[in-house]
Design a protein around this ligand. Structure first.
Ligand SMILES: Nc1ncnc2c1ncn2[C@@H]1O[C@H](COP(=O)(O)OP(=O)(O)OP(=O)(O)O)[C@@H](O)[C@H]1O
Ligand SMILES: [Mg+2]
Length: 356
């Protein structure tokens, strides 16, 4: 699957561009502030309905304009479809194959987009939310029905929390427990299955980096191991009521990432953390490829932060996943240019030209 034509209008500093990317590797080169990351953000919007740099979608509208439009023609196994996003007056309109869609999950399913950007190491360094997002994006693409279960869990959790806060009788709270437990167990099992499978792919990449070979990732489900969620909820009832929210469950799940038995956050340098996250993303791409789903990978500025050897190995591995790749950089010399076919685009003050 690949974006074969991309039109972007009034998106950040990109006024009106139309490019035809190649199915494999596409280099986006230009000076600082020219619009390279903006171009990747526009592609991200096509696959996720939002940017990877801000949640404030209105900020993406070019200053002085009232709306932006991004339109992509996607080729997938011989068939073509269009996907478009239009933002105007704080409202996004998303079309997939000519049909208006209400949920961005449909978009995510149709055009899986993932991003390697300079803040990549946050997945290791910061709170569990980043790791849950990473995990759930993968589970979503591999386990059918996961999104529906997650949404149901979230809705029931919010209702249980509201009941806890309102000080109602125990019966009115326990009312929600059965559905909460049911969805929690499904979520938990789907995540466990996914991670076990993902870990088959991680060594393919980690063994290419001698300092990252002994990576171990364990899943933490969000409540005490070895205890049924129903029992745990019941045991936590008084404490939950005091605090006014459900303290434990799949919404607290996390991944524990260790290298040679030590927490990766305490052991690895910033650059090594980035490589580690990149190889986890690579493992996800390969895992999806084995299930006949290909991914669009946006690589923003990553090359400038890694040493040449690591950069080359990562790029080589990325291209081998068969993903369509968009790679930004300020300088052509940062890219490991081989003889394989690639697209080369130059960005200058919000305009994009093809370089032959
Ligand atoms: N809503 C907007 N309207 C117009 N211009 C904007 C808007 N938001 C950001 N910009 C400007 O767009 C320009 C391009 O930003 P972008 O981050 O895409 O540059 P870049 O090529 O990735 O640069 P770098 O190499 O420094 O990462 C910047 O000058 C930025 O200030
Ligand atoms: Mg940039």
């Amino acid at each position: 699957m690949a974006i074969r034509s991309l039109e972007v209008r009034h998106f950040r500093n990109l006024k009106d561009i139309h490019i035809k990317p190649l199915p494999g590797l596409n280099y986006i080169i230009g000076p600082n502030g020219s619009g390279k990351s903006s171009l990747l953000e526009a592609i991200h919007c096509l696959g996720r309905g939002k940017s990877f740099r801000t949640h404030k979608t209105n900020r993406l509208i070019c200053e002085g304009c009232s709306s932006f439009t991004v339109l992509g023609h996607v080729q997938q196994r011989g068939r073509q479809f269009t996907v478009g996003m239009h933002r105007e007056r704080s409202k996004s309109t998303i079309k997939l194959a000519g049909r208006l869609i209400a949920r961005s999950s449909e978009l995510t399913q149709a055009l899986p987009v993932t991003v390697l950007e300079p803040g990549l190491h946050r997945l290791i360094e910061e709170g569990p939310e980043y790791r849950r997002k990473f995990l759930d994006w993968g589970v979503f693409h591999v386990e059918h029905g996961f999104h529906h279960i997650w949404n149901t869990y979230r809705r029931v959790l919010a209702q249980r929390n509201a009941a806890l806060r309102s000080g109602g009788a125990r019966a009115s709270i326990i009312n929600w427990d059965q559905e909460l437990v049911q969805t929690a167990v499904q979520l938990d099992q789907a995540r466990q299955r996914y991670l076990t499978d993902l870990m088959k792919y991680v060594p393919i990449y980690s063994q290419k980096f001698p300092d990252l070979t002994a990576v171990r990732i364990t899943y933490q489900r969000g409540w005490r191991e070895g205890e049924a969620y129903a029992d745990y909820l019941a045991a936590q009832y008084v404490s939950d009521k005091e605090r006014g929210f459900t303290q434990f469950g799949p919404h607290r799940a996390d991944l524990r990432i260790r290298i040679q038995g030590v927490d990766a956050r305490e052991y690895l340098s910033r650059g090594q953390q980035k490589v580690l996250v990149a190889l986890l993303v690579l493992a996800q791409c390969e895992q999806m490829r084995m299930r006949d789903t290909s991914v669009v990978v946006l690589v923003d500025d990553l090359p400038s932060e890694l040493d040449t050897e690591k950069r080359n190995i990562l790029m080589q591995s990325l291209t081998e996943t068969g993903a369509q790749i968009f790679l930004t950089g300020t300088d052509r010399s940062l890219f490991p240019l081989d003889n394989s076919e690639h697209g080369m685009f130059h960005v200058e003050q919000g305009r994009v030209h093809v370089i032959d």
